[in-house]
Design a protein around this ligand. Sequence first.
Ligand code: AGP
Length: 607
Amino acid sequence: MCGIVGYVGPRDCSDVLVSALTKLEYRGYDSAGIAVFENGKIEVAKSKGRLTDLVAKMEKEGKPSGHAGIGHTRWATHGEPSDVNSHPHSGRRVTIVHNGIIENYKQIKKFLIDNDRTEFLSDTDTEIVAQLLDYYYDGNPVRCIRKVLHEIRGSFALGIVFADRPETVYAVRCESPLIVGQGMGEAFIASDVPAIIKYTKDYYLLEYGEIAVLKNGSASFCNLHGRMIEKELKTADFDEDSAEKGGFEHFMIKEIHEQPTAVKTTITPRIEDGMPNLSECGITPETLKSFKNIFIVACGTAMHAGMVGKYVIEKLARVSVTVDIASEFRYRDPLLNEDDLVIIISQSGETADSKAVLNLAKEKGAKTLAVVNVKGSSIARESDMVIYTHAGPEIAVASTKAYMVQLSVMYLLAFEMAYAKGRIDEKECRRLTAELVKTPEIIERAISLEYNCQYISTKLITADSLLYIGRGLDYALSMEGSLKLKEVSYIHSESYAAGELKHGTISLITEGMPVIAVATQTSLLEKTVSNIKEVKARGAMTIVICDEAAEFDNDAADYTIRIPKISEVLMPMIATVPMQLLAYYTSVNKGNDVDKPRNLAKSVTVE
Ligand code: AGP
């Protein structure tokens, strides 16, 4: 939540900050602002609304002109989105941008008031930090930052400029992600690498409590104790194109189209001689055999990938798997011990609740495995084992390709675990792995149903509410279909186990209400079709997603999306595609901002 950037170098600072913030808008987009040294003085421009509103304001009123500064795009936590609550925030001599939350800001505010500091303009926790920095500032910025770090609690990253230190940007990380980019004679800070990839692929990853000083085009670092440290320069493994729309209208549709490649890149290095092999991730057959229980914990879409993982691991490896929402799991005093494996799935690797579960699992002595997309993210670094998904940067707030690669990893894990435990023989393991290898091509074919999905989505735009139903794996999958649709189309949607409808929910069915049934599991097809007929008999408009060979009464479905067939257990990877396309086109048809749905942010770094 929130994106921060900073720049020191020869380019026009305002332009660099705005360009970098454009790439971070997925982290929050209710207001934006920048602060730039202009002729040695800090000039601030900020505005409620999108970055485009800030740009329009600067075009009208003038943009700060200089070569060093900081910027911010906001997802409001404290105080409504407004000009005054927008970052940067200032004390008398200090101006800051902030990502994250300050938990003890009320106590600090009281401390400041008790010490005659009463000039608060905004409702934000950030302004309190700016004022506290100012209160302690004695001419030594690093000492002042360290002092403040000892007093504030929470998860945060800050970009800071001091009025009497022109052309210099300070940055500090405590939990919330922050990188320092190093170009030729210029240096950057950013919440995420894609923000600066246009300028440089080289970056340093700030660790907890580390402070960076950007001056004269380069960066130096010290730790919480003020000791200078050397950091390893990393190079991003993607380029500018991956963070651009590349001819597509939106990132979401681009990312849907990237799925075949993303799956291929994720599974290929983990398959050796036709068998799954996760040893490069520190996972051996012995490790996989050793767990009594498996817990998969995550949020949102990542949790839905875990739901599919549960069905597949239990079915093939015969190990009990519990899936839970991270924000629930962390507070329910879970029964965890040394014999258990906790799998945390996360695209960003920074989700606050998922991180908390990781810490809890470690405290309880359970082994932890992260399935993460963003390299070097907190969850990846702090887990015992990590399987990186190689989806590349996912920019659209609605997750598509990250979910798809999370599924592919769930399959690799299930196959290797089932084989290690002797639940499937080598022949079956090879067969399943070979089927997984085919998925990129079949996903591609499913994407070619785009125009069919686009047409069917026109039938959804007037709906106020709809249901997604399925049984077994199809039910697990329909949870994601439903979330995707509601988050980008704003149509209320629920996913329901098809067999459970008659126990209450069927009373919601009225004339014309859309019901999307996922029916890819042959053994359950007949039963799901009965449920489809039951809702149709009560007026529902039914859309059935099934495989191309599925046979059922023509009159059950008003619309049918027939997807290419693969081994039944792998059908979720194919059926996901039309669900994503339905969500995308419904959103487009309604004129919504597909990539930045209202009220959301991609990286949820607060509880
Ligand atoms: C779904 O489209 C959302 N982006 C959201 O549910 C997301 O999956 C969730 O917030 C978890 O994020 P993570 O994968 O980065 O941990």
